[in-house]
Design a protein around this ligand. Structure first.
Ligand code: AMP
Ligand code: MG
Length: 344
């Protein structure tokens, strides 16, 4: 396994490209999270990705490209809106679902006749994709179910010994996975919220809506993105979200944390900068200022992993709104909590 610390390290890109062309796996940074890449057009590579992550094989992979024109080989038809969104948001944290061509093996798409495609906004990712033939299937580079990796160390912790190489280029700028929009159906639908918000997409696609399965625990209302139905992004400790007015949330979390301490458990508290001093006991980890949603989004997964490292037994999290980027933050947190929320 080789680490790259300098994005201009041409030799490392060439080596990474060769590994992919020979059917191997390379983890690489993107602006969202680290990806676990294999050749998207080779069935064996996609099977290897599922095996390395321990991911259910009905959960399709996103194909990463380095040039919007590459869409035409793997998707057909490419509707006008897809070119418009590519123009507006690529390279960037937006994934589009389109009907696939025969070039894309069913192993890459979990057997679906559609394919997820994105051009990441990261020079190391783009250079790697180009050296590797232009079509990289990549889910997040974590073990299935755990929080997505936002730095190379997280990838090493989860996947060391299971992959051939990591391109290390520091921390990810966005820190949450891409927004996924399905353009393969009559009306566009957001299957996963992310850094590109519903509000931003509505400006270009007035008819876009949120997949109702995203919020529901009802098994008849399954999310349309297969990956969104699993418990996901989850730390090892049980996580409970407490929602309501700030004062009541603080009081309830303190009561729960004090009970834990009395009974010999170590509680963790996920809060914002504004309230961090209101919690006298437990491991208190602020994710950022509530005024700065992008900062909160960026630090969420790292903080969830840190609770595990600190050995907490339970985590209590303050709740967040669903405005703008907070829709994505709340979605990841709710899934990490296995939908356990307490209103106070
Ligand atoms: P990850 O690779 O960890 O970012 O997860 C990729 C997400 O994209 C998962 O939630 C998948 O279920 C979703 N996805 C990938 N391809 C498709 C597709 N063709 N249709 C619907 N969802 C998809
Ligand atoms: Mg993932």
């Amino acid at each position: 396994m080789r680490l790259l610390h300098n994005e201009k390290d041409e030799e490392a890109f060439e080596k990474a490209g060769k590994i992919i062309k020979n059917g191997g796996l390379v983890a690489f940074p993107t602006e969202t999270v680290y990806g676990l890449g294999g050749d998207a057009l080779r069935p064996e590579s996609s099977l290897k990705i599922y095996a390395a992550k321990g991911r259910p094989s009905d959960n399709p992979l996103i194909v990463h490209i380095a040039d919007p024109e590459a869409l035409s080989l793997i998707a057909d038809p490419v509707p006008e809106e897809a070119w418009m969104l590519a123009e507006a948001f690529w390279p960037g944290p937006l994934t589009m679902i389109l009907k696939k061509t025969d070039k894309v093996p069913p192993e890459t798409t979990g057997g679906l006749d559609t394919v997820a495609i994105r051009e990441p906004d990261h020079p190391t990712a783009l250079s790697f994709i180009r050296h590797a033939g232009g079509y990289i299937a990549a889910p997040s580079a974590n073990l299935s179910g755990s929080p997505s990796p936002t730095e190379a160390l997280h990838v090493i912790r989860d996947l060391s010994g299971r992959i051939d190489m990591i391109l290390d280029d520091g921390k990810c700028r966005v820190g949450l996975e891409s927004t996924i929009v399905d353009l393969s159906t009559e009306r566009p639908v957001i299957l996963r919220p992310g850094r590109i918000t519903l509000e931003e997409l509505k400006k270009l696609l007035p008819g876009v809506s949120l997949d109702p399965g995203l919020k529901s625990e009802d098994p008849d209302l399954r999310p349309k993105a297969p990956g969104m139905k699993y418990r996901h992004y989850a730390p090892k400790a049980e996580l409970l979200i407490i929602r309501g007015s700030e004062q009541r949330v603080v009081e309830r979390i303190n009561a729960l944390a004090e009970k834990d301490v009395r009974e010999g458990r170590l509680p963790g508290i996920l809060c914002v900068e504004e309230t961090k001093n209101a919690y006298p006991s437990g491991v208190v980890l602020p994710v950022g200022s509530r005024q700065k949603g992008e900062e909160v989004a960026n630090r969420l997964f790292g903080v969830l992993r840190e609770f595990d490292e600190r050995g907490v037994d339970r985590i209590y999290s303050e709740g967040f709104s669903e405005e703008g980027i907070y829709l994505a933050v709340s979605n990841r947190l709710l899934k990490a909590a296995g939908h356990k929320e307490l209103w106070v």
